[in-house]
Design a protein around this ligand. Sequence first.
Ligand code: S3P
Length: 433
Amino acid sequence: MKFIVNKGGKLSGNIRVPGDKSISHRSIMFGSIAVGTSHISGFLEGEDSLNTLRAFQAMGVSIEGPENGRVVIHGVGMRGLKKPAQALELGNSGTSMRLLSGLLSGQAFDVELTGDASLSKRPMQRVTRPLASMGAQVSTAEGGRPPLKISGGSNIQGIDYDLPMASAQVKSCVLLAGLYANGRTCVTEPAPTRDHTERMLNAFGCAVEKSGATACIHGPASLQACDIDVPADISSAAFFMVGASIAPGSEITLEHVGINPTRTGVIDILRLMGADIELINQAEVGGEPVADIKVRSSQLKGIHIPEHLVPLAIDEFPVIFVAAACAQGETIVTGAEELRVKESDRIQVMADGLQALGVNARATADGMIIQGGTINAGNVHSHDDHRIAMAFSMAALRASGAITIDDCENVNTSFPDFVGLASAAGLSIRSDA
Ligand code: S3P
């Protein structure tokens, strides 16, 4: 499926983008191993979080929905999961695979985790190494890639682990294995990453002790059912934040968006570039801060993006690169080598796509250097990466002609009905088989 996006237009109105992907995954995982019934609202009905939901159903958890974002999970308790009849197929979802590898290391049964072509290329030693030092038995295919084979019945021990990279997935994997471990499990991160696992474990009654860059839990732990209101995903809102910033005459309000400070790097970066972004109706729902985000168009300027903001905006770089292409002057991104191991190599794929549209963009080992200027009409490849497809859709707002984007099916992993919502907001976009 391809997207064809006509040039020009502006974004306006009030929209609510789908639920937060990270929080949706965790709500299913924690609700499933809790005691009691958890009610989830605002759940992301995208392929990635649905793969997590199906995985727990395959392990014997009774889950109703999703229906209009509502899910009811009848938790089975820490030891209530059952061996699935076959390998758990997790599609495109790195979060499912990495978090489940930790959670399933402490089970009594063997289980295999598989994924699609993109997930099958992604590095898994970052989770199998710490799990092995906890006493778990997890093997990978050649080169540390999926599938993962987890042997049940291991005696898991708590560890102190220094994360070698800023990764919330690895941090969460180790903490979830720690739920089943004997003793204390502590994870120290080199830079702050999203902390939804820590916040939601607390909401489910499992205390996470935080001290500076270290988070600790005591195992074996138990969770109590909890109701979760999933806010709209700031990573999905980011496409509209950039779209409204770069398209003259735009004014859009993105409703009920999660603004957890470990996720708001995109707001900080766009503001440093001169964006006009206002947070209104700030509130807290279930331990997570939310706000409506109002964005008006403005002339952006190029900057050297501060490296400490990189992990706080890690999923937003495809569309930040589009913002940079529309800015006055040069934008430099460094310290972002993690982008090379996402759903695609987001440094190379974005540099290639921007160049195909006539933008002066140069990939570097750990980032990109982009000269702002004009964007031509053209054809770009998403490499089956949802965020690449949506980022280039927004580039059409400032292009001199239509942009066609190939292989856009995976937009469904994080943003079902992107085309419908983006059209309603003013983007001239259609999909074509
Ligand atoms: C996620 C963490 C991030 C992010 C991913 C979701 C999570 O990955 O890119 O989309 O839910 O924990 P890393 O932690 O590997 O950077």
